[in-house]
Structures are given as structure tokens and as C-alpha cells.
Design a protein around this ligand. Structure first.
Ligand SMILES: [Zn+2]
Ligand SMILES: [Zn+2]
Length: 75
């Protein structure tokens, strides 16, 4: 019989959720209260945020370029 997984959040004694309790970022298992990256202060969260920020920035810049081109064509 497999041992019950415990939430990996420091100080938490709740049982980790199966499947959905695993954080896709840090691969640790958490209970319902801590499964979100924000809730267990995921060590990979800042990386993800930074990547999302960079992606968003690049997208906005490309959109702005397209908008400028359209504006030029219309005038
Ligand atoms: Zn927990
Ligand atoms: Zn995590």
C-alpha cells in the first residue's frame, strides 16, 4: 500500500491531492490549499512570471508595429 503523500508546503500536514495536487512548475505535491503556485510560493513562479512578461512585451511591441503600419497605410 503506497504511503499517503503529504503536502510539501512547509508546516502543512494536509494530505496532498492526487494528480491535480502536483505543481507543473516545481513538480512537488500539495493539498487543495497550497496547490496553486502563488499559494506555495513556488520557486519557479518568478521564472514563469518573467517569461510571461517578456512574451507579453514582445507581443505588444509587434502589435504596435502592425498598428503603426496600418496607420501609415490609411493616411
Ligand atoms: Zn498544504
Ligand atoms: Zn510549484
Amino acid at each position: 500500500m503506497p504511503a499517503k503523500r503529504r503536502c510539501q508546503f512547509t508546516g502543512c500536514t494536509s494530505a496532498a491531492l492526487r494528480m491535480i495536487g502536483e505543481c507543473p512548475n516545481c513538480s512537488l505535491n500539495f493539498c487543495a490549499s497550497h496547490r496553486l503556485p502563488e499559494d506555495h510560493i513556488c520557486p519557479k513562479l518568478s521564472d514563469c512570471r518573467q517569461q510571461a512578461f517578456e512574451r507579453n512585451k514582445a507581443r505588444l511591441e509587434s502589435e504596435r508595429t502592425v498598428a503603426n503600419k496600418m496607420g501609415t497605410a490609411q493616411s
